[in-house]
Design a protein around this ligand. Sequence first.
Ligand SMILES: Cc1cc2nc3c(=O)[nH]c(=O)nc-3n(C[C@H](O)[C@H](O)[C@H](O)COP(=O)(O)OP(=O)(O)OC[C@H]3O[C@@H](n4cnc5c(N)ncnc54)[C@H](O)[C@@H]3O)c2cc1C
Length: 326
Amino acid sequence: MDMSDIESAHESTALRGELRVNELMKKYTSWRAGGTAERVYMPADLADLTPFLLGLPADEPVHVIGLGSNLLVRDGGVRGTVVVLHARLNELRLEQRNEKDGLIYAQAGLACAKVARFAASHHLAGAEFLAGIPGTIGGALAMNAGCYGTETWEIVERVQTISRKGELRERSPGDYRVGYRHVALKPEVRAEMHGAKNLSGVFLNDEWFVGGWFRLPGGALDTSRQKIKEFLARRIASQPLNLPNAGSVFRNPPEDRAARLIESCGLKGFCIGGAMVSPKHANFIVNTGAATAADIEAVITTVKNQVKQQTGIELEQEVRIIGTAQ
Ligand SMILES: Cc1cc2nc3c(=O)[nH]c(=O)nc-3n(C[C@H](O)[C@H](O)[C@H](O)COP(=O)(O)OP(=O)(O)OC[C@H]3O[C@@H](n4cnc5c(N)ncnc54)[C@H](O)[C@@H]3O)c2cc1C
């Protein structure tokens, strides 16, 4: 099958998901900026994702996303297919419960906040931090999202993945290198997956999260609810939630905070086109209305350069950037 046949193949097979062509990615990203994707596929459910992936030509680029809350798509758009899991892979259940703890299964397309509330309602503690992360469970697994002292992988018992060929697997945390806003399959696991001995240095983006099992200790509903409330109040007080943004743009360097460094360089309020370093939180770049992805990327580059020049510290991006410039 040739790439241009994907649309007709979709019509002629029993796929139940929704395929859109030349779709504006600003509809799928929290920055509300950027170009189009050649194709966007929203699977009906997990069972529908396997035949879709299987039917793609081997050279079709595939990007799996959730709520696009950590993502910039350049103005020239993105080649290939963007698979959007949000609100599609939505199963959520309590799989085990005993006196001590419980195990929740959550699929990748669920909003993190929903899982936080679900855990609390089952008297399980430790998922409250997810309430304020405006992404999906898949995105939280991919980014090791975290806040207020907890990171996603601290509560993961195992994950469920899908390969480029539509194969489903269960993996344990031991299969991954997990760090601060970083998760990758260990090279030896990747090599085994491809039946090759040496893939060192090669990153093949060919397996994605479709769900996870989260082990949480027993807790009290009121305590969890109170924690969620406090976490959300802290965000409202410190983050510019009234304008489109993608959360923290840069990782915090060891022993410091990116926001403090950016502010110390006098960059709060710095603008290019419609993109501005938030005066409320210097590690956020907001879209003041009509920002292009190029505006946002130019602000990112300027901030990086200024911080390097003025402090000697090299900031690393936390947000992911895909696509080509216009
Ligand atoms: C207001 C605001 C506050 C935020 N606060 C926090 C915070 O406190 N802590 C924090 O860590 N982050 C925070 N973020 C950033 C963001 O919400 C997280 O990184 C979140 O985990 C991204 O989830 P998503 O579903 O939106 O992922 P997307 O933005 O859709 O994708 C992000 C990356 O993950 C990959 N990905 C997505 N889904 C999958 C999948 N199923 N399998 C494999 N890869 C996948 C994508 O390809 C992409 O590279 C904030 C963002 C905003 C806008």
